[in-house]
Design a protein around this ligand. Sequence first.
Ligand SMILES: Cc1cc2nc3c(=O)[nH]c(=O)nc-3n(C[C@H](O)[C@H](O)[C@H](O)COP(=O)(O)O)c2cc1C
Length: 161
Amino acid sequence: MELEKVLLSRKSCRKFTDKAVELDKLEKVVVSASLAPLGLPRMCTPMLTVVTEKELLAGLKGIYDAPAVIIVSCPPSPAPGIGDQNAACVVEMMSLMATDLGLGNIYLYGVTANLQGDADMKAKLEIPENFTPLAALALGYGEEDVAVCKEFVNKLNVVRK
Ligand SMILES: Cc1cc2nc3c(=O)[nH]c(=O)nc-3n(C[C@H](O)[C@H](O)[C@H](O)COP(=O)(O)O)c2cc1C
């Protein structure tokens, strides 16, 4: 897809079918994450946890029964907010790649907020203790096909000086 078409097709998917995501598609989504810009890349490198095991998915709250979830966790950052910003860049890259591959997807904060207070689940997912889950992408085949659903109009306040 052309970039503009991908941007106009990306929207949050909250209804997934049971169909599993093919491994090669998951791999492309994972690789897209590594193309994201990162602040303090050597000190604040995010780690990804790709969850597709049903038992583990069942322990995650707020993922809309998606068949795959990629959790982005970061180590403590020497500069405030860098981990959150890195996680956001990574998730958005993955979201656009998933959209391009025809996968429904949604950026999620809630699941990671829950995980932050759930040491057992963090351990089951093998997220190191000093890493904080900050953002996630749920993905799968949506009940609706991915298609252009928006117009190219500005919705934000923009000050031009
Ligand atoms: C930082 C961030 C956190 C979000 N967290 C959640 C979440 O926990 N649960 C949820 O259902 N949607 C979450 N969303 C999705 C937003 O609700 C959604 O992107 C917004 O309503 C715009 O809709 P669209 O993605 O279809 O354009 C989050 C989005 C962002 C960018």
